[in-house]
Design a protein around this ligand. Structure first.
Ligand SMILES: NC(=O)c1ccc[n+]([C@@H]2O[C@H](COP(=O)([O-])OP(=O)(O)OC[C@H]3O[C@@H](n4cnc5c(N)ncnc54)[C@H](O)[C@@H]3O)[C@@H](O)[C@H]2O)c1
Length: 455
């Protein structure tokens, strides 16, 4: 079932219409031949997977289960190894290719299947005319370059959250997606979770009264950093470290810099603030009706770092405070890991826990309240984020977490990191997407890019 707007504000409808018209004007949409018809192999959405590690590998497996799409290629700079979040897992391009071919072999009489290429260089996937869409699940410092190149090559994109490494990167992604008439689903899959949608419905229907305060939780480092004096390691055979670094500054290899652990280093990611915040702040933004906007003030409250010289240079315990122009205050902080988001109003509160699996209200009776169909901005996907993407590639409707949604939610995370790193207050103009009156903070909206890797 394609993305179905159960009830949407006219502004959202207008926005989608305008975006679609703008995209059509800029680059008329030609549906790839392979997307028409039922699910005969030649009619499936053909996919290439870029980055098949901790997240990319299981996401790829979820796409395989959908017979509306077909995996043609995988790409990873790692040929295959352990050393991911869970050391039991053996991920990388060869295990991913084997998983794809093994999956399709099950439905062949011969019991064997060949037809999934494994590449080291993502440009080999983007250059393939027979691939309709790419799934990008690499570290954050690569998201923008790959998305922009894929969009320019006419591919639709499923890109993992947080949308980009910087606000500037994300603006380039929005532009490339819209100018080329592409569909982009941000991988913030909790947008497709019925409990999260219920939280939004309850808040927007006024069932908890006037919203006063929001708590969005993020985690702390969940891996141990090599301490000061750590020594570089030899690059393992089968791992293209230069291509892993890509646009990031040159740095000596250490295993704890790369697989999974990259998120604790500001050169490649934004710590747990962007990692968790791209979920918890995303649901807060949605519930507050701020999908096209954001806070006007973001303030440092607290940040704690590992000893200087440790490999992980990102803050581990964090707290920053956002204020919206309607006076609502949002505290984003390292808190109880299970709690994602709490929204408190004058007449009650709602709380989502455990990646959206648990949902509570105070008073409890609010949970049963029927909110009706006139709640603005509550739209319904098919509750399967990957399937919703494939449906939208076919229908050309907006997916549950469009490029703008991913951009605006991750922007709050990036602003938080800027305020934390500078120990300052950042005034934000959400209309023009600019930091007001602080040159140092404004400069952090972008990163110097390695010239070899201009998108
Ligand atoms: N939606 C979610 O809940 C969720 C959960 C976890 C991770 N993520 C996101 O997924 C992304 C990847 O995180 P992860 O935990 O899977 O990391 P990971 O290190 O386990 O996997 C990333 C993979 O990308 C590969 N890679 C790196 N550079 C590459 C390049 N230039 N070309 C091809 N492959 C390259 C790595 O070798 C690795 O196999 C991050 O953006 C992260 O925020 C999302």
């Amino acid at each position: 079932m394609p993305h179905n707007h159960k009830s949407e504000s006219s502004s959202r409808r207008e926005f989608i219409k305008t975006s679609a018209l703008a995209a059509a004007a800029a680059a008329p949409y030609f549906a790839p031949a392979s997307v028409f018809g039922a699910n005969a192999p030649s009619n499936r959405v053909t996919l290439g997977f870029i980055g098949v590690g901790n997240q990319g590998f299981p996401v790829m497996q979820r796409f395989l289960e959908n017979d509306q799409c077909q995996a043609l290629a995988v790409c990873d700079v790692n040929r295959g190894s352990n050393g991911y979040k869970d050391d039991k897992h053996f991920y990388g391009r060869e295990p991913a290719r084997d998983a794809v071919e093994g999956f399709y072999a099950k439905s062949k009489e011969s019991g064997s299947y060949k037809g999934c290429e494994a590449y080291n260089d993502f440009r080999d996937i983007i250059g393939r005319k027979d691939i309709d869409a790419v799934v990008i699940a690499v570290p954050d410092h690569w998201h923008s370059i790959m998305t922009v190149q894929a969009a320019k090559a006419g591919k639709d994109v499923y890109c993992e959250k947080p949308l980009g490494l910087t606000i500037g990167d994300q603006k380039a992604m929005v532009k490339a997606v819209r100018e080329n008439g592409r569909i982009l689903q941000t991988g913030s899959h909790e947008r497709s979770n019925p409990n999260v949608r219920r939280l939004v419905e309850i808040v927007q229907s006024g069932a908890i009264g006037d919203v006063k305060r929001v708590v969005a939780n993020v985690g702390r480092h969940n891996m141990i950093s090599p301490g000061p004096g750590w020594k570089p390691m030899p690059v393992p055979e089968g791992f293209d470290y230069k291509m892993w670094l890509g646009p990031a500054p040159d740095a000596p290899y250490h295993k704890d810099r790369c697989l999974y652990r990259f998120r604790f280093n500001y050169d490649y990611a934004g710590s747990q603030v962007t990692n968790f915040g791209a979920h918890s702040l995303d649901m807060a933004q949605w519930a507050l009706g701020m999908d096209k906007s954001g806070p006007v003030l973001v303030e440092h409250v607290y940040a704690d770092y590992l000893p200087k010289g440790s490999l992980f240079n990102a803050a581990t315990y964090t707290h920053f405070r956002c204020t919206y122009d309607n006076g609502i205050v949002l505290d984003c902080m390292t808190g109880v890991p299970e709690v994602r988001c709490i929204i408190e109003g004058t007449e009650g509160s709602v709380r989502v826990e455990n990646q959206g699996r648990n949902f509570f209200t105070i008073p409890e009776g609010i949970k049963a309240k029927v909110c009706g169909t006139d709640v603005p901005d509550v739209y319904v996907s098919n509750d399967d984020h990957q399937r919703n993407f494939i449906d939208c590639v076919k229908s050309r409707e907006e997916p549950a977490a469009s490029v703008e949604v991913g951009h605006r939610s991750a922007t709050v995370c990036h602003l938080g990191n800027i305020a934390l790193r500078l120990k300052t207050k950042v005034k934000w103009d959400p209309v023009n997407e600019q930091i007001i009156g602080n040159k140092e903070a404004s400069a952090m909206m972008n990163r110097p890019t390695n010239q070899a890797w201009q998108a």
